[in-house]
Design a protein around this ligand. Structure first.
Ligand code: GLC
Length: 620
């Protein structure tokens, strides 16, 4: 009898084992991205497949900030935690004339609970207004596709701790809202499905450690007089909320990207979180915001709003808002120009990175019209110029060409540089300084106007020169050309001397965290004190060079030109009757020997900032 039971149990066990392997292995994500593709024959080179391949090809994605804060839209009228009546408005561009106004210092409207010191009980009540009745996942996906974006990442839980799905770890979730009833207690699933159905990748944003509503979440909490929780309290928070939520999110949505926010300083938590992700799938990509510790920096860096071109990134995703808030802010009409967004996208691509552009739907789920329009305008441009965006890789040309960045692609044994011109100077000629191949070693075409006629010649010591071009810009937003190399590219960075003058325009600079403006006329840098601008320059003639700057500003100051090895010029700039009045001003003279220089330019204004369009070095 015992033997019979034993045998029966053994059979049961084998069946279960078989079932487990059959059912669960077939449930796995069908994309097995880590399996190397075997070579077809002995001569062929094995193709390496990395989990980053699709991400590197995608180059452009959509970020969505949606939650209870979307209902408030940047405004809170009520009492703060001290019981004092306040009218709070998140900073925006048109909120100047209101009496009871208390402006947040540029904080995104998703921070309103914190910024306006709203009592948690009062904030909780907004759940009853979160309807999501116009939330339309298919429309969001359609917009992403029209915009040319290849993946979508949504906030499943932001710092206010609210979960957009029916988490069993907390009651502070979608089930407490009218949106829950309307959307089967889950706003994430229909979006994930629509995204995947459209062939796009799907990612999850998750604030794993900063939480103002659940006890133990890291980050100062206004209601607790800015108290921060201890290690033990945070440990309990991670056990109670974070780990179960991560498991839940992974099982429900099988995300392609896990986008952590607010780094945790403790190694134990980084190890646990990381293991949950990597054990669930070998193909999930993680960002670098899991931990402050260098060992847990994930698969890509996440500069915010602006990036420093002087940083060496392996993989980088610039995340950026279309106005200045992540969450919906009804007062913020400071929409960025499509040209600016495009310029950020192409600069990110040039560095081998992606742009993740944010939309903030309102409480009902509607995306502001201005935002949709901007996304579509950029998308329209991408459609005709897609070759220079998708599948591009980090460019060997680390400095920009005059008037814009250049992206790079190496595919099917051919090498291509895509030069994106954001200022068309009307001269009928375009220089490609530093491309030293002869004219017959390259094939040049304009992406949006393949039949545009022009002549190409190679000018010794400078590079290629295109003439016979129209004086009006051929494309809206930006004119892009493809330079296909028939032979090995011969690139010399820093070659810029044309007719005994070296012109260094704003778009051609290597810049850190600075803003580019005036895309409607001639782009300039909004230059604050202490921010550096760099150019690599090649001096071919020794002699005295006169340095001047084309600038506009309301205050005087100094501009320092540092050529390295102690060779410096300090120039004085004068006020120019406002930011609309650009003037050439003389900065000083310098004697330079032939050679390669890393020119670093910095400024110190007595007040405010300076607009800078161009520098010029002229051989005397
Ligand atoms: C910051 C902000 C947050 C926003 C995020 C996007 O960490 O705290 O509000 O979600 O950046 O990158």
């Amino acid at each position: 009898m015992k033997i019979y039971i034993l045998a029966a149990n053994l059979i049961k066990f084998c069946c279960l084992l078989f079932l487990y392997f059959f059912v669960f292995s077939s449930c796995k994500d069908p994309i097995i991205e880590n399996t190397p593709i075997p070579p077809n024959n002995e001569d062929s080179i094995p193709v390496k497949v990395s989990k980053m391949d699709w991400w590197n090809d995608a180059r452009y994605g959509m970020f969505i900030h949606y939650g209870i804060y979307s209902v408030l839209g940047g405004e809170y009228i009520g009492k703060n935690i001290d019981g004092i009546s306040i009218h709070f408005q998140s900073a925006g561009n048109n909120n100047s004339n209101i009496d009871t106004l208390k402006l947040g210092m540029g904080a995104g409207a998703e921070w309103i609970l914190y910024e306006a010191s709203i009592p948690r009980e009062a904030y909780r009540k907004y759940a009853s207004c979160f309807t999501a009745k116009k939330y339309d996942p298919q429309a969001i996906v359609n917009l992403a596709q029209k915009a040319g974006m290849k993946y979508i990442i949504i906030t499943t839980k932001h710092h206010d701790g609210f979960c957009l799905w029916n988490s069993s770890a907390t009651e502070w979730n979608i089930s407490q809202t009218p949106a829950g009833t309307l959307w089967n207690y889950d706003l994430i699933e229909p979006l994930a499905r629509a995204t995947r159905d459209a062939g796009l990748k799907f990612g999850i944003y998750f604030s794993h450690t900063r939480d103002w509503m659940h006890s133990g979440g890291l980050g100062p909490i206004p209601e607790l007089n800015m108290k921060k929780y201890s290690y033990a309290e945070n440990q309990l928070y991670m056990e109670t909320y974070t780990y179960p939520m991560i498991i839940d999110l992974l099982q429900r949505y099988h995300p392609d990207i896990f986008w952590w926010d607010s780094e945790n300083p403790y190694e134990e938590f980084a190890i646990r979180c990381n293991a949950l992700i990597t054990n669930s799938s070998t193909s999930i990509i993680q960002n670098n915001r899991l931990s402050t510790l260098s060992a847990y920096q994930g698969d890509f860096a996440t500069p915010e709003q602006a990036m420093d071109e002087n940083t060496e990134y392996e993989n980088m995703e610039l995340c950026m808002t279309v106005n200045s808030s992540w969450g919906y802010n009804k007062f913020d009409s400071g929409w960025k120009r499509p040209e600016y967004i495009l310029w950020c996208l192409l600069r990110a691509n040039k560095l081998g990175g992606n742009l993740l552009l944010n939309i903030g739907p309102d409480g009902e789920g509607l995306i502001p019209n201005e935002c949709q329009h901007i996304l579509e305008t950029v998308g329209q441009w991408i459609r005709t110029n897609s070759d220079g965006v998708y599948e591009t890789r980090k460019s060997p040309f680390s400095f920009n060409l005059p008037y814009g960045p250049a992206t790079w692609k190496e595919k099917n044994n051919s090498q291509q540089l895509y030069y994106h011109i954001f200022y068309w100077d009307g001269s009928g000629e375009v220089w490609l300084p530093g491309i030293m191949n002869s004219a017959d070693e390259v094939e040049i075409s304009f992406l949006a106007n393949p039949s545009l006629p022009f002549k190409v010649e190679s000018v010794e010591g400078i590079g290629l020169r295109l003439t016979g071009l129209p004086s009006n810009k051929p494309s809206e937003l930006c004119t892009s050309m493809k330079i296909k190399f028939k032979k090995e590219p011969k690139l010399i960075e820093g070659a810029r001397e044309i007719n005994k003058a070296i012109r260094l325009d704003a778009l051609g600079a290597q810049i850190g965290n600075v803003r580019m403006d005036d895309f409607d006329s001639k782009p300039c840098i909004n230059w604050y004190n202490g921010r550096q601008i760099k150019y690599k320059i090649l001096i071919t003639h020794s002699g005295l060079y006169k340095i001047s700057a084309l600038l506009a500003g309301e205050y005087p100051g100094t501009i320092t030109f540092d050529f390295g090895n102690g060779t410096k010029v300090n120039g004085n700039n004068q006020a120019t009757r406002g930011y609309a009045n650009f003037e050439w001003q003389h900065m000083g003279n310098i004697y330079l020997e032939p050679g390669e220089y890393q020119l670093m330019i910095s400024n110190k204004q007595t007040n405010s900032w300076l607009k800078i369009r161009e520098f010029k070095l002229e051989l005397q």
